[in-house]
Design a protein around this ligand. Structure first.
Ligand code: FE2
Length: 289
């Protein structure tokens, strides 16, 4: 079943695919696409023209599609204009969607419908590849350690208060303890699974030591050569494995137009996993807050 889909590996993350996603894929092509995502973790495609229904069909190849979900009120669109979609204009620190929930999302897709060409981007880092590149002594030090992933504070910048004392964690909000080296739930591949938006501290480690260790891991994850920054132009599609690859973005206040169509695969959506949370004013808040 190999070779039907033209695929060129990219450095440092992902692969460029040459296939028209507006045409339904047959069973063999769908198998191949799943295999390619397990291998490359991220796809870049150009010149696509996908309706929302097309994009839902594509993402259902990887798992159940979850609509109108997301802790920040993200629906089917991400836009500069909050009337069109969620996430507005602030920077977003690197993260993996729903890492703070029992079941993180499987895969995410963005399709540029109307963007100012070359003016806006999304950044990606491969946690599996980064782990494989870590010095052995650092791999030994993180072996068996776990971290808390917390719900990002609803600040305008959506930045998690990295380094905040554990006493500031509100246990009523989504909170999940996970290994630093997480086994990918589908492929079994080990992934370095920490990020500044959500990872608060290493379980059972003095805070200063924990901050130092996380900063050291971040220095490998976010060194310039390890980040793929995708410059959006109309028709682009990026699809990524939300566990193996983490994502973030720069501040978008100076970007005139940024309308991206967004469809995700997820076993369970955010509100399904957190019945004590509701969406209010474009943010997820505690229902009784
Ligand atoms: Fe996200």
């Amino acid at each position: 079943m190999s070779g039907q889909i033209a695929c060129e590996a990219l450095d440092p993350v992902g692969a460029r695919l040459d296939i028209d996603l507006s045409v339904p894929l047959d069973a063999d092509q769908q198998d191949e696409l799943r295999g390619l995502l397990a291998e490359h973790h991220l796809f870049v495609l150009e010149g696509q023209s996908l309706t929302l229904d097309d994009q839902v069909r594509v993402m259902s190849i990887f798992g159940p599609v979850s609509r109108n979900e997301g802790p920040a009120g993200v629906g089917d669109f991400v836009s500069r204009d909050t009337k069109e979609g969620g996430l507005a204009s602030g920077a977003l620190a690197f993260h993996s969607d729903l890492a703070h929930s029992p079941i993180p999302m499987i895969a995410i897709s963005l399709h540029a419908l109307d963007v100012t060409p070359g003016a806006t981007s999304t950044m990606f880092v491969d946690g599996a590849r980064t782990l494989a590149r870590l010095p052995q002594d650092l791999q030994d030090r993180i072996d068996g350690l776990e971290v808390w992933h917390c719900f990002p504070t609803n600040t305008p910048e959506q930045f998690r208060t990295f380094g905040a004392p554990p006493s500031e964690i509100n246990e009523a909000l989504p909170l999940e303890q996970r290994p630093i080296v997480m086994e990918h739930p589908r492929t079994g591949e080990p992934v370095l699974y920490v990020f500044p938006m959500m990872t608060d501290h290493v379980v059972g480690m003095p805070l200063a030591e924990s901050d130092e260790l996380l900063a050291e891991l971040f220095s490998y994850l976010y060194e310039p050569g390890n980040i793929y920054e995708h410059p959006w132009k109309n028709g682009d599609v990026v699809i990524w494995d939300n566990i193996a690859v983490q994502h973030g973005r720069r501040d978008q206040h100076d970007v005139a137009t940024r309308l991206l169509q967004r469809v995700v695969s997820a076993e369970k959506g955010f509100y399904e996993q957190h019945p004590n949370m509701v969406q209010r004013g474009g943010h997820a808040v505690l229902a009784d807050y």
